[in-house]
Design a protein around this ligand. Structure first.
Ligand code: CMP
Length: 140
């Protein structure tokens, strides 16, 4: 299968604990290549737009507050079947349900402070990549 791309965020709980390198190492060991990366502080508007599909969910306000509470590292990851590969190494959204050895099992603090975000489909990966990166910022 040809290489595809997915979008990843290393969340504030991870940057706070200085885990950017540890998380990236797990992504790389899972066969993903970082082809774009930047550390940013998301604005409220940016976070609300990014998580717009969750706007009506009870956790939306807390989610936006958490995602803007500290720096995040947004990344484009490339690899064979990148979306599925990334989801596998991330583990389940709720770390209590995550498989052993996954990023969330090893590092996540809670369902909200769950260390990483990853796109759930190729279509959303493209939308999410375009939300944070210009084409020239991605170097494969
Ligand atoms: P993420 O993949 O970034 O997409 C939406 C996020 O909402 C999810 O990860 C969780 O971190 C967060 N979240 C917080 N509370 C909940 C909840 N009760 N159910 C699902 N997601 C939640």
């Amino acid at each position: 299968m040809a290489a595809t791309r997915t979008f990843s965020i290393i969340k504030p709980d991870a940057t706070r604990r200085n885990l950017t390198g540890a998380v990236t190492k797990m992504l790389e060991e899972a066969g993903l290549r970082v082809v774009a990366s930047k550390r940013i502080r998301m604005s409220r508007e940016q976070a609300e737009g990014f998580y717009g599909v969750h706007r009506e969910r009870p956790f939306f306000k807390d989610l936006v507050a958490f995602m803007t509470s500290g720096p995040v590292v947004v990344q484009v990851l490339e690899g064979e079947d990148a979306v599925a590969r990334n989801r596998q190494v991330m583990g389940a959204t709720n770390p209590e349900n995550a498989d052993e050895g996954t990023i969330r099992k090893v590092h996540a603090e809670s369902i909200e402070a769950n260390t990483v975000h990853g796109s759930d489909s190729d279509e959303n990966a493209q939308i999410e990549i375009d939300y944070f990166f210009k084409p020239e910022e991605i170097v494969g």
